[in-house]
Design a protein around this ligand. Sequence first.
Ligand SMILES: *[C@@H]1O[C@H](CO)[C@@H](O)[C@H](O)[C@H]1NC(C)=O
Ligand SMILES: *[C@@H]1O[C@H](CO)[C@@H](O)[C@H](O)[C@H]1NC(C)=O
Ligand SMILES: *[C@@H]1O[C@H](CO)[C@@H](O)[C@H](O)[C@H]1NC(C)=O
Ligand SMILES: *[C@@H]1O[C@H](CO)[C@@H](O)[C@H](O)[C@H]1NC(C)=O
Ligand SMILES: *[C@@H]1O[C@H](CO)[C@@H](O)[C@H](O)[C@H]1NC(C)=O
Ligand SMILES: *[C@@H]1O[C@H](CO)[C@@H](O)[C@H](O)[C@H]1NC(C)=O
Ligand SMILES: *[C@@H]1O[C@H](CO)[C@@H](O)[C@H](O)[C@H]1NC(C)=O
Ligand SMILES: *[C@@H]1O[C@H](CO)[C@@H](O)[C@H](O)[C@H]1NC(C)=O
Length: 659
Amino acid sequence: MLRLASLSLLSLISAQSLTLYTGDQTASTATSTASAAEGTYTGLAAYDPTVLTPPTPPETPVTSYTLTLPSNGQAVLDQGLSLSIAQKGNFLGFSVELSIANSLMGSSSTNMKVPFLNYMANIQNRAGVGPVIRVGGNSQEGSTIFTGGLEDGAVLDKIKVSSGVTDTPLINYSLELFYLMGNITSLVGADWYFGLSFNESAVDSPTGNVPIAAKWAQDILGEHLLALSVGNEPDLYVDHSKRESGWGVSNYVTEFDTMTQSILADNNLIDTTAFIGPSTCCQVEGFELDDVFNAGWLTSNVDNLAAVSVQHYPTNNCKINGNVIDPQAIFSDFLNHTSAQAQVSPYLTNSQTVLGVQKEFIMLETNTASCGGFAGLSDSFGVALWMADYALQMAWGNFTTALMHVGGQNVYYNPFTPPPSTEAATKQWTTGSIYYSTLVIAEAFGKSNQSKVVDISPSTDQDANNIYHPIYAVYENDAPTRVVMFNYIDDSTGANDLQTTINVGTATSSVSVRYLRASSVSEQYNITWAGQTLGTSFASDGRLYGEQSTVTIQCTDGNCVIPVYAPSIALVFLTEDALSNSTPSADATTEYETSIVGTGSATVDKQALETSNGQSSSKNGGTSKGNSSSGAISRITNVSTTTIGLVLAFTGGLLSLVM
Ligand SMILES: *[C@@H]1O[C@H](CO)[C@@H](O)[C@H](O)[C@H]1NC(C)=O
Ligand SMILES: *[C@@H]1O[C@H](CO)[C@@H](O)[C@H](O)[C@H]1NC(C)=O
Ligand SMILES: *[C@@H]1O[C@H](CO)[C@@H](O)[C@H](O)[C@H]1NC(C)=O
Ligand SMILES: *[C@@H]1O[C@H](CO)[C@@H](O)[C@H](O)[C@H]1NC(C)=O
Ligand SMILES: *[C@@H]1O[C@H](CO)[C@@H](O)[C@H](O)[C@H]1NC(C)=O
Ligand SMILES: *[C@@H]1O[C@H](CO)[C@@H](O)[C@H](O)[C@H]1NC(C)=O
Ligand SMILES: *[C@@H]1O[C@H](CO)[C@@H](O)[C@H](O)[C@H]1NC(C)=O
Ligand SMILES: *[C@@H]1O[C@H](CO)[C@@H](O)[C@H](O)[C@H]1NC(C)=O
């Protein structure tokens, strides 16, 4: 495991080009998280060190497999398989709960969290497009915008916080939130979904609050606002006492109409193809996506919809009626290809319907389990494999985007979590295993925006252990360019390593491979993507550390034998172009501000963490943001990338560089 001690950091820095560091690295070394006995940990879920027992490997290993790779799209069809629509490298993105948007992204438009920017820049550098981020969730429903700013000058205030995982606070937010999002876009190219409050009394309130929020979101974010989400999991409104019993699909359709018409009234919006819904989630009888479609919702709203959304968790940790699920008992459910298929197949007819009206189909919120996920499961390496499989399966099923939910410190499933505010001065961020899945997906699709994917997994007659060995192939310009191969089996002895032979044609003498690896599916933190890691708990600044490792495999007569270790993902690049189209470019550093926080550049100033976690009641007390920072961010662009010892500081709320 990489320790962020000064020496190794300096050697890493000199190997890469840049940069910005915090001076005292000793404070950020890893804390031991190894193997606390179950039950002894009483801290916050996001840092829970619980490790599950991996499933035993199959008794009879399968050690070799020959992949027949169709040479073009027609050959894919001829094998009885289907290629997806063209996908982008930012397919797998993030859904940020509104109530924690400030603790994750920044306390103002001039005080952004550098680790967050780094996590996002890693995607942009691989995908060629910025990440897709949704801000919303349960907490959007009780939200109110104050265009004159909040009394404390904040991005948002939580009015009521209760202890339950999905109990939602009321939120007051200000324009500063949109400016913060806009500034994140200017650095890392993010595109946004934003959740409005679905509340008729808020529409009819004297201020007409929801239409005001919609207008400002569009005005400030412009083309980077993908859509405004109207209604979050309306199929659960009755259950969650947000509507009277008996409220159903027809009421929903009427309210959706009232809400969107009030937003569109008086030419309030510049872009009227503005909305996304219905975000149904939970297979509630009579309130599924099909029921919403059958009620005429899609047809009557098609002109004002940017996309159609659903939300989905395979299981839950809600402990409904005392029904407690034991994570150990369900761990193996996440460790084979059947799960990814089972999550996606119910949506295959829907995705065709949505494509048929030329709209995008979005998984607006997903993760391992609702109500916070599970200790040892949601943060395991095995689930990082699962999330990549599930994402590729959604991409194959013609979803256009899938967003992993990020909650607070009381959940297990976060892709990244800031340190608790009481410890911010000494600790850094914690990377969740599923963050690595976004890197795999970004590189599997690369920068062309033209990647079509096919699930080409083995069948039982060719591989008795086939459920553990899913395979996807990516096609660009009608030719295969990358292959993603999984091995879900936990077997460090090597007995279950799979040697997969791919025939690439004699014109190719070698292929390149990058691996997602850990020693066990139970591992939480010692995970590498192409040899690089984001480290253990409380140790990440959002950058990848270590030498990037790309393995070259020599092929004989066009046959390339790729080891797929148990457990791992092997991403095979069939051409040099495919490899370079997935690789962060070395000169990205001179072109954009993003380069400064991307490609292993910036790290966080401890003082910035301290002040931006809201301990010191702060800073720029102003209301809606003025212009105090405009020059500061762009100044970073001009920094020479060879100097070691810059400190990216946020003193006084201003982003500034201190030599
Ligand atoms: C991390 O994993 C690697 C390979 O699985 C192993 O060699 C190394 O010892 C592990 N490091 C720690 C700190 O556990
Ligand atoms: C709807 O908005 C009103 C007034 O703005 C607020 O009092 C109420 O709590 C909101 N209802 C829900 C379900 O969030
Ligand atoms: C935030 O909301 C509360 C209640 O919803 C309200 O009383 C208060 O004035 C608001 N705070 C502001 C504008 O900062
Ligand atoms: C594979 O996953 C499915 C679906 O999650 C689960 O029902 C099944 O038990 C798993 N199979 C094995 C052998 O673990
Ligand atoms: C996805 O869309 C493409 C293009 O329309 C189509 O050929 C393919 O069959 C669809 N895939 C699925 C699984 O529906
Ligand atoms: C991919 O799409 C984005 C818009 O989402 C665009 O900015 C970018 O230029 C496209 N890339 C290529 C290679 O066409
Ligand atoms: C920018 O800030 C200055 C000084 O605070 C102020 O006079 C000016 O009006 C501001 N401009 C804008 C566009 O807010
Ligand atoms: C950041 O946001 C402020 C508004 O608060 C704006 O004046 C400034 O230009 C933004 N900076 C960038 C780089 O977008």
